[in-house]
Design a protein around this ligand. Structure first.
Ligand code: NAD
Length: 328
C-alpha cells in the first residue's frame, strides 16, 4: 500500500524504511506537519501516517477525504489531536500504536524526577566549566518520599513499580483501578493525592475530563514545594496557573516533556529563531524548571515497535480492513 508519512524526521525515515523493507508497502515521506494546507500533499494516497502534533481536525480530514485517503495510521498512542466524530462521519479509519514501549515513557519520567531533584543538568554544565562547588545542588532522598501517580494505565503502572523500587510511598488515582498496582501503592482520592504528595506525576490521557487537571484550585490543594511532572499531554496543565504556582513557591519544581502549545516548537531546531511564545519563554526563566521536547517515547525499542505496528496496520488494511489497533 502507498502511504504518505507526515512530520517525517530522519529517525522516522530510518525506522519506518527498515520495517517497510520487510513488507510490500511504499512510503513517501513529507517533512511538513499535517495541516489543512499540507493535506493536499496526500492526494492519491489511500493511507497516511501522522504523529502527535499533526492537525487532524475536521478541515484537515475533509481535505484528506477529498484526496482519497481512507486510513490514518497514527504512529503514537494518544489521539487527542483527532476529531473522532469527523473521522467517523467521513468514513476514514484511524489506528494508533497503543503500547509501543511503556518502559520508555516511564523511565524518562524517572530521569526527569532524578535530574530535577539532584540538578544533574546544572552539575553537568558546572563541571565542564571547572566549577566543582555544590552550592545550589542540594536534593532530597527519593526513598521515603510520597509520590502521587495520576493514571495507572500502561505507563503509570510502570512508573508506580519503579517508584516502589526506590522505596517511595506511592499514592495512586485512576478512574479505573488496576489490581496489579496494589502490590506497589495504594489508591486514594485525587484531593488526598494532591494534599500528601511530595512529587505528582501525570499519566492519564487528555480528554474533556482531564483538561487543565492542574489549575489554580488543584495547585492550592498541593503540598507547598511540590515537584510536578508531566510526560503525558500538555493540555493536562494550565501553564499560566503553574507559572503563578512557581512564583509563589507553592510549586517547588517542575519537569515537563509536553506543553500545550508544543506544536509550534517541539521536534524542530529553532536555535536560530525568535521564540514567540511568551508563556513558554517565561517557563524557561525559572531555575527549578526542566523541560524536554516530547522525547519520553524516544528509544530504539519504541521506534522499532512503532514502525512494526504501522506496517502491520497497512497490511491489515490492504488485506481485510479488519484493524487490530483501530480507534474508528
Ligand atoms: P493508558 O490508556 O494505558 O492509561 C491511561 C490511564 O489513565 C487509564 O488507566 C485510564 O483509566 C486513566 N484515566 C483516564 N481518565 C482519567 C482521569 N480523569 N483521571 C485519572 N486517570 C484517568 O495510556 P498510557 O499508554 O499509559 O499513556 C498515558 C498517556 O501518556 C497517553 O494518553 C499519552 O498522552 C501519554 N504519552 C506520552 C508520551 C511521550 O512521549 N511523552 C508517549 C506515549 C504516551
Amino acid at each position: 500500500m502507498r502511504c504518505a508519512v507526515f512530520s517525517s524526521k530522519p529517525y522516522d525515515i530510518e525506522f519506518l524504511s527498515s520495517a517497510a523493507q520487510k513488507s510490500q508497502h511504499e512510503l513517501e515521506y513529507f517533512e511538513a506537519r499535517l495541516t489543512p494546507a499540507s493535506a493536499k500533499l496526500a492526494e492519491g494516497f489511500q493511507a497516511i501516517c501522522a504523529f502527535v502534533n499533526d492537525d487532524l481536525q475536521r478541515s484537515t480530514l475533509q481535505s484528506l477525504h477529498q484526496g482519497g485517503t481512507k486510513l490514518i495510521a497514527l504512529r503514537c498512542a494518544g489521539f487527542n489531536q483527532l476529531d473522532l466524530n469527523a473521522a467517523r462521519e467521513l468514513g476514514i479509519r484511524v489506528t494508533r500504536v497503543p503500547a509501543y514501549s511503556p518502559h520508555a515513557v516511564a523511565e524518562h519520567t524517572l530521569a526527569l524526577i532524578l535530574s530535577l531533584n539532584r540538578k544533574i543538568h546544572k552539575a553537568y554544565q558546572r563541571v565542564r566549566e571547572n566549577n566543582f562547588g555544590l552550592d545550589g545542588l542540594l536534593g532530597f532522598d527519593l526513598h521515603g518520599r510520597t509520590v502521587g501517580v495520576v493514571g495507572t494505565g500502561t505507563i503509570g503502572q510502570n512508573v508506580v513499580r519503579i517508584l516502589h523500587g526506590f522505596g517511595c510511598k506511592v499514592l495512586m488515582y485512576d478512574v479505573h483501578q488496576s489490581d496489579e498496582c496494589l502490590a506497589w501503592g495504594s489508591y486514594c482520592s485525587l484531593d488526598r493525592l494532591f494534599g500528601e504528595s511530595d512529587i505528582i506525576t501525570l499519566h492519564c490521557p487528555l480528554n474533556e475530563s482531564t483538561k487543565y487537571l492542574i489549575n489554580q484550585d488543584s495547585i492550592q490543594k498541593m503540598k507547598p514545594g511540590v515537584m510536578l511532572v508531566n510526560t503525558s499531554r500538555g493540555g493536562l496543565v494550565d501553564t499560566s496557573s503553574v507559572i503563578d504556582g512557581l512564583k509563589t513557591k507553592q510549586i517547588g519544581s517542575l519537569a515537563l516533556d509536553v506543553y500545550e502549545e508544543e506544536g509550534a516548537l517541539f521536534f524542530e531546531d529553532l536555535s536560530q529563531s525568535i521564540v514567540e511564545d511568551d508563556v513558554f519563554s517565561r517557563l524557561l526563566t525559572f531555575p527549578n524548571v526542566l523541560i524536554t521536547s516530547h522525547q519520553a517515547f524516544f528509544t530504539v525499542q519504541a521506534m522499532q515497535e512503532i514502525a512494526r505496528v504501522t506496517m502491520q496496520t497497512l497490511t491489515e488494511f490492504g488485506q481485510t480492513q479488519s484493524l487490530s489497533n483501530a480507534i474508528c
